[in-house]
Design a protein. Structure first.
Length: 279
């Protein structure tokens, strides 16, 4: 009797997850590469997380993405945590190893940098300081990745200054903390400007940081991708800045996870964007 290979399964765990674009994205890549696999959304509460993670490999899962509110919690449930996930303090990707251990990684920073490199040709992180708006979980990944690729200095502002100060305590003297009311002024001279907050997202308050000090030579990106063209990006483009929307970060952070699970590195191209944005 011959063994029949199990169909590999993956998915995204969070609560809620109905809004996630990841199932559409991974289904597209599975189809493109002719892989008999599936990717499913799983709305799992905090109290059931440990039990579910231990059961998934037995059901044929090779890994999963992790989203809010579990990205920090899974670090304590994983058997192996990569250095970058530990540094960021959160994981977005789990790999279920054949030896039974759970491997936690974070590809958000990779996705952020890959998006800029693809959509702002010639972007040079070492050309000047960066300005980062917000100091939440997403900002941690952005700050870590900007330091890694050689940004000389990072100016950061958050509504609650203590959160920005906490990031400086962790990441060091390259971070310069500004009061929230100075968020616009800290963009003066910045060659990379990033909004990591939810300001400007559909259903959230508008982005109202003044852009008078923003240089037209800056590359400006927004992690928000609903809407794809945020008010912040529209205003920056009017000044003359090159702008990069947040959708590419979502796509690029998913590529290394797909490769780990299904054995093929997918391409992030225009067709991928169109599929994810489709009706």
């Amino acid at each position: 009797m011959t063994d029949i290979a199990r169909i590999p399964l993956a998915g995204v765990i969070g609560s809620p997850v109905a809004h996630s674009k990841s199932p559409r994205l991974h289904a597209h890549w599975l189809k493109v590469h002719g892989i008999r696999g599936h990717y499913v959304p799983m709305d799992i509460g905090q109290s059931d997380l440990r039990e579910v993670l231990r059961a998934l490999p037995k059901a044929g899962f090779v890994g999963c993405n992790v989203t809010i509110p579990h990205k920090e919690t899974v670090l304590d449930l994983a058997d192996i945590v990569t250095d970058r996930a530990a540094l960021i303090g959160a994981a977005n990707t789990l790999i279920f190893r054949k030896d039974g251990r759970i491997h936690a990684d974070n590809t958000d920073g990779y996705g952020f940098i890959a998006n800029l490199r693809q959509n702002a040709a010639g972007w040079d992180p070492a050309a000047g300081p960066a300005a980062v708006i917000g100091a939440g979980g997403a900002a941690r990944a952005v700050v870590a990745s900007l330091i890694e690729v050689g940004v000389p200095e990072i100016h950061i502002a958050n509504r609650t200054r203590a959160r920005a100060e906490a990031l400086r305590a962790e990441f060091g003297a390259k971070l310069i903390v500004h009061d929230w009311v100075q968020a616009g002024n800290m963009m003066d001279g910045a060659t990379t400007v990033v909004n990591t907050t939810a300001l400007g997202m559909e259903g959230k308050p508008e982005f109202r940081v003044p852009l008078d000090a923003l240089s037209p030579r800056a590359v400006v990106t927004d992690l928000v991708y609903t809407p794809q063209q945020t008010g912040f990006l529209t205003a920056a483009a009017a000044i003359g800045c090159r702008t990069v929307d947040g959708l590419g970060m979502l796509l690029h952070q998913a590529a290394p996870a797909f490769e780990r699970w299904f054995g093929v590195r997918p391409e992030v191209d225009q067709r991928t964007r169109d599929v994810v944005l489709g009706p």
